[in-house]
Design a protein around this ligand. Sequence first.
Ligand code: F0G
Length: 469
Amino acid sequence: MATLTTTDLAYLMCINPSCRATFDVGTTNFRCLECGSLLDVCYEWDRLPVPKSLVEFERKWTRRFDSIGFSGVWRFHELLPFAPPERIISIGEGQTLLQPSERVANFVGMHPGNLFLQYEGLNPSGSFKDNGMTAAFTHANMVGATRAACASTGNTSASLAVYCSAHTGMKAIIFIGSGKIAYGKLAQALDHGALTLQIAGDFDDAMLRVQEVAPRLGIYLVNSVNAFRLEGQKTIMFRVLEGLGWQVPDWVVVPGGNLGNSSAFGKAFIELKELGLIDRLPRLAVINAAGANTLYSLYEERGVRWNGGHHDGPTVDGFYQEMSSNNRRASTIASAIEINRPVNLTKCLRALDACDGVVREVFDQETLDAKAQIGAGGLGCEPASAASVAGAKLLREQGVIAPSDRVVCVLTGHQLKDPNITVAYHSGNRELFEEVLAKRNVRRASFANRPVQVANDLHEIESAIQINS
Ligand code: F0G
């Protein structure tokens, strides 16, 4: 791949405070070549035209005819200025909105008007991933990549496939755990022409492999270990602030899988504070599925903290070794977050540190009940997304979140990504319930909206309506 030329005011820097090696933005190594830690995209802010106030971004809404104003990511270009505008690749991602939900507020136990849902399912590929993919693709374009790869639980691969098919110069190569992704997502990868490798293993296996293979074959890697992707995902929080009239919420609650979002959100708030654009940081709650709870185990049970970048490595390594020797595999109905070895663990610890964070685990039962309430409230999300609402409810019950707090739950992916689970929950079909849900320890469909079986008979149809409505 060609070495590039771009703004001299952006660079990559190792997040390890004992290293801090820096690299040109033209690199496609996403780990530090000196010490192997993760990298950040950094900027020489004092030499860049940063707006004096976040309100200035509202003007971009009136410039929707230009490609930067058209994108809900790139209209915040000044806050992720690593690419020259002419290299930006956008498909109009990030047109998402913060929406208050009375019904979900009630379910969670919040005062009406205090619970907001940031619905990222409205993105072109149906999940938040497009926010990051446009940024990774823009970087891939800057370095002249022709093939891009990811490991995925389904949404990253769907997003990659969409961007590749929209920009036919690039070939998508995706690594998925065989049988481990929801059909809606697999359908997207296949339909958009991605080379789909179903690896005999799970996401964690696929993630290790893609990191081995990509550098060997010179393929551009778009997993969230790619620091440019996280730059795009910062904008989810910019839109949250915008939705609140540029006020900082008390809490941001997000599901945690590979921990890219939580890491990006932390970076966004740290930077905004440093730039004087906000006066305080929100608290961050990252929600694991109980069957994939590495972050919860390390942070809440073993007390692992960022600690200025010197986190307790031996405890983390010991945890992973134990996991390997017991061959413990992630297992949750929320397949998007069925991950035991999150690549962004250290960046997430940094975000939790900056945002006085907490981590919780929720059971699949709680997640699916929360999902049904979100659905009844008018927004459709996939199971992993509903973990945020289930987590907010738990934190309310524990008294960590107060009913008067302003809480934002991020709904990361669209309902139609994983219809099987939704149908199994609502349909009342015993066999389907056993097959899809009971196997995963989901015992009840507390908020099921059962379809009504009725004979093909005018009278019976009318009476079914009268009885049920
Ligand atoms: N929600 C959804 C719908 C996801 O697809 C993912 C991750 C997450 C939450 C977790 O976000 O990794 O930033 O902590 N999906 C990845 C994928 C792993 O391959 O699609 P995270």
